[in-house]
Design a protein around this ligand. Structure first.
Ligand code: PGA
Length: 251
């Protein structure tokens, strides 16, 4: 049985106090499972509180939602990798569609962030995914491959083993629409082939994201090429998220 990863992206939600309350409730509702890892990506101001609250659970990791590739400097509003690491983060999202399409992050910038995270010993969770016009034009595979190759440019095969990928079609994020499990699986397979082409030594986890909820998560995880899920909206309340992480991983 493959290991499953359930990643919660809180986006711009959950203050310090709310993060603490969430964690306490979530911990009371779940137990560690050997075949399951959990990730939480709180806002940066709630990183420390979230890290501390989950400290006793080795199956739970906490990461930043975004990082800058420079270790320090005049980058108002940005979080450096050393700052995130100092707060206890052990990974970071890179190239989330909101960073790409709302804040204008480029493919080249995602590549810098991935390399800087790896150099610092953190796990990059690289997000890729096409927009609706790209899907309608039949360019899904080309767009995903371009983002993947740019994000992983210069990463050694050994370091590839430390990366997690998330396929998140932009048109499915926060919209209530999601790719069918078999559509998602087809893209995951393409990503797997591309990773092999880059010399990836083993199985790199590939998560699916975009309007995942308790009604669709089981069908998605039934696809053997999906290694887990990256979830925004449905991860925001601890009861709902505790239920979702038990689906497919057998709570
Ligand atoms: P969603 O967000 O689950 O609310 O669609 C997913 C994501 O942005 O990672």
């Amino acid at each position: 049985m493959r290991d499953l990863i359930y990643a919660a992206n809180w986006k711009m939600n959950h203050s310090l106090a709310e993060s603490r309350a969430y964690a306490a409730r979530f911990l009371s509702l779940t137990e560690p499972r050997t075949n399951r890892s959990l990730w939480f990506f709180p806002p940066s101001v709630s990183l420390v509180a979230t890290v501390e609250a989950f400290e006793a659970r080795a199956d739970i990791r906490v990461g930043a939602q975004d990082v800058h590739w420079e270790p320090k400097g005049a980058f108002t509003g940005a979080t450096s990798i050393p700052l995130a690491q100092g707060a206890g983060a052990v990974g970071a999202l890179v190239g989330h569609s909101e960073r790409r399409h709302v804040f204008g992050e480029t493919d080249a910038e995602t590549g810098r962030k991935v390399k800087a995270l790896l150099a610092a010993g953190l796990t990059p969770l690289l997000c890729v995914g096409e927009k609706i016009d790209e899907r309608d034009a039949g360019r899904t595979d080309a767009v995903v491959k371009r983002q993947l190759l740019a994000g992983l440019e210069g990463v050694t095969p050994a370091d590839l083993a430390r990366v997690i990928i998330a396929y998140e079609p932009v048109w499915a994020i926060g919209t209530g629409r999601n790719a069918t499990p078999s559509d998602a699986a087809a893209v995951h397979l393409g990503i797997r082939v591309a990773l092999k082409g880059l010399g990836a030594p083993g199985r790199i986890p590939i998560l699916y994201g975009g309007s995942v909820n308790r009604g669709n998560v089981l069908a998605l995880l039934a696809e053997p090429d999906l290694d887990g899920v990256l979830v925004g909206g449905a991860s925001l309340d601890p009861e709902g998220w505790a239920e979702i992480v038990g689906i497919g991983a057998g709570d």
